[in-house]
Write a protein that binds this ligand. Structure first.
Ligand code: FE2
Ligand code: FE2
Length: 143
C-alpha cells in the first residue's frame, strides 16, 4: 500500500505490552512516527526530518537498552533473539539518518521510505515481538 494512502498509525491497547514503562516509551516512538507523517503531509521534509530522525534514533537506543537490561536481568529465554531484532532496527535507522543527512537523495523519497520502515517496525516489533515478553516480565513482577 502506498504510504500516502495509509492513515497515521497511533498507539492503542492492542500494542500494550503489559508493562507501563514500556507502553509509555512506545507511545513516544509512535509520537515521532506521527511527526514524520505530519512532515510528509505538510511537505516540510527538509526542515524537520533530520531533527526527528535524530530524536527517534536516540530515544530508540534508550528504550532498547531499557528492555534489554530487564530481559537480561530476568533471564528471558528469548533475550538473544530480541536483542538481535533491536540491533537490526537500530542499524536501519542509522542508515536512513546518514542517507537523509547526506542530501544525496530527494528528502521526500527518503521520508516516504522511512515512514514505511518505521510503521512496519512499530507494527511488527511492538505488536508481536515485544508482546511476547509480557507474560514473562509480568511473572517476574515487572508490570
Ligand atoms: Fe519496545
Ligand atoms: Fe523490543
Amino acid at each position: 500500500m502506498a504510504v500516502q494512502m495509509m492513515g497515521k498509525l497511533s498507539w492503542d491497547e492492542r500494542f500494550s505490552v503489559g508493562v507501563q514503562k514500556y507502553d509509555d516509551q512506545h507511545k513516544v516512538l509512535f509520537g515521532y512516527l506521527g511527526e514524520l507523517y505530519d512532515a510528509m503531509r505538510d511537505k516540510k521534509e527538509e526542515e524537520v526530518v533530520g531533527e526527528v530522525l535524530g530524536k527517534l534514533l536516540n530515544y530508540t537506543l534508550t528504550h532498547f537498552f531499557d528492555e534489554e537490561i530487564e530481559l537480561y536481568k530476568t533471564n528471558y529465554p528469548g533475550y538473544t533473539r530480541h536483542k538481535e531484532a533491536h540491533d537490526i532496527l537500530v542499524a536501519a535507522v542509522r542508515e536512513y539518518f546518514i542517507r537523509f543527512r547526506s542530501g544525496k537523495e530527494p528528502g521526500r523519497k527518503m521520508l516516504i521510505e522511512i515512514i514505511a520502515v518505521v510503521t512496519d517496525w512499530l507494527n511488527e516489533h511492538i505488536g508481536v515481538v515485544d508482546k511476547s515478553y509480557s507474560a514473562w516480565l509480568n511473572s517476574k513482577g515487572v508490570k
